[in-house]
Design a protein around this ligand. Structure first.
Ligand SMILES: NC(=O)c1ccc[n+]([C@@H]2O[C@H](COP(=O)([O-])OP(=O)(O)OC[C@H]3O[C@@H](n4cnc5c(N)ncnc54)[C@H](OP(=O)(O)O)[C@@H]3O)[C@@H](O)[C@H]2O)c1
Length: 322
């Protein structure tokens, strides 16, 4: 797809990943970017999508809009995570094909993988089991939209591309205690504990679970590269190739932040999936993409952003669209 000529709609374009995707589209020469807020086009409402697409006529849609969050948010609202993520994708893709959109890129998630699966996760193993219980409604809703993309490609010839992203992190992430992912949650805990002079922080689980993290700018790069250059049914993992235990992650963040107190593990809280690391061989082979930001560099930039953006109270950093 020629991005310099295309009109590209980015759903969730004001979100954490969406702002980086818009930036990356601009550097790719895309001059016509549409990024409606949910107040302008609520993707749960077919009539609103219909009216928006009739009015704006995009060539491509990058579907990022979603209800996302860490284990706590997923456990608190499983029904909402399932319904809203499924209905947004289903309605958007159906309306996109009816309005003659040429290409749809869907951002799926590592949470769609079976709980027990060989590591690194391979796209061919996606259907070998049920996802980890704490995030299954979210992971399955996203997986349904992935199947919709495959079905629409086969029946209607709609060019749908599915990417499966690992956990993202970076400047501008969601630091709200109710819904943040693990990296912003830990940064906030350590920075605030240091500011208060507290002698400890509490962390969910026992620290043994592992995660793979991808810097948000690298994720945006993969998305825009795939939008331009990939047009096949097969979903592609998008990861960085690093794996770290939560215990090592907390220690790394505490050290970068300068927090020297005790780390107390709340083992009454779940660990989530035991290990997470994807095989990103396919995305590398198909479009030549691989992550370029080292974990230390990305983490340092994220911490610096959070420290500069907050003044020590419990506010979510200014500019965070929540
Ligand atoms: N963050 C991660 O670690 C991660 C990992 C894997 C995959 N992903 C995927 O990446 C995508 C982006 O995630 P993110 O972290 O950037 O999320 P985010 O910051 O929470 O942004 C999500 C956006 O979705 C929009 N949205 C929510 N409900 C909507 C509705 N009913 N109608 C229209 N728009 C709606 C919101 O728009 P408004 O602000 O206008 O309300 C919001 O800006 C998601 O699809 C997510 O599943 C993220």
């Amino acid at each position: 797809m020629d991005l310099e000529r295309a009109r590209v709609m980015v759903t969730g374009g004001a979100g954490f990943l969406g702002r980086f995707v818009q930036q990356r589209l601009r550097t790719a020469g895309c001059a016509q970017i549409l990024a409606p807020r949910s107040s302008e086009c609520d993707l749960r409402e077919r009539a609103q999508i219909d009216a928006y697409l009739s009015r704006t006529r995009p060539d491509a849609v990058v579907h990022l809009a979603a209800i996302v969050g860490g284990i706590g948010a997923n456990q608190a609202s499983p029904g909402r995570f399932l319904y809203e993520n499924a209905i947004m994708g289903l309605e958007l893709m159906e309306m996109a094909r009816r309005h003659g959109v040429k290409k749809v890129l869907v951002t799926g998630t590592i949470c769609s993988y079976p709980k027990i699966t060989r590591v690194p996760f391979n796209e061919d193993d996606l259907w070998l089991g049920y996802p980890e219980e704490t995030n299954a409604p979210y992971g399955l809703a996203k997986k349904l939209v992935m199947v919709q993309g495959e079905a629409y490609r086969r029946q209607y010839g709609l060019a749908v591309v599915n990417l499966l992203l690992v956990n993202l992190y970076g400047p501008g992430d969601n630091f709200s205690p109710d819904s943040s992912h693990v990296i912003p949650a830990l940064i906030k805990k350590c920075v605030e504990a240091k500011r208060r002079g507290s002698d400890h922080v509490e962390v969910w689980g026992d620290g043994t679970a592992t995660r793979e993290f991808l810097y948000v700018r690298d994720a945006a790069d993969a998305i825009v590269t795939a939008l331009a250059a990939y047009d096949k049914e097969a979903p592609m993992n998008v990861g960085s190739g690093m794996e770290i235990s939560i215990k090592d992650l907390v220690e790394k963040i505490a050290s970068l932040v300068g927090f020297t107190g005790e780390i107390r593990w709340d083992t009454t809280k779940p660990n989530g999936q035991p290990r997470r690391l994807v095989d990103s061989g396919r995305v590398h082979r198909e479009i030549g993409w691989s992550a370029t930001t080292s974990f230390d560099q990305g983490l340092g930039e994220t911490i610096a952003w959070y420290v500069e953006s907050t003044d020590g109270d419990q506010r979510v950093p200014a500019g965070r669209p929540r």
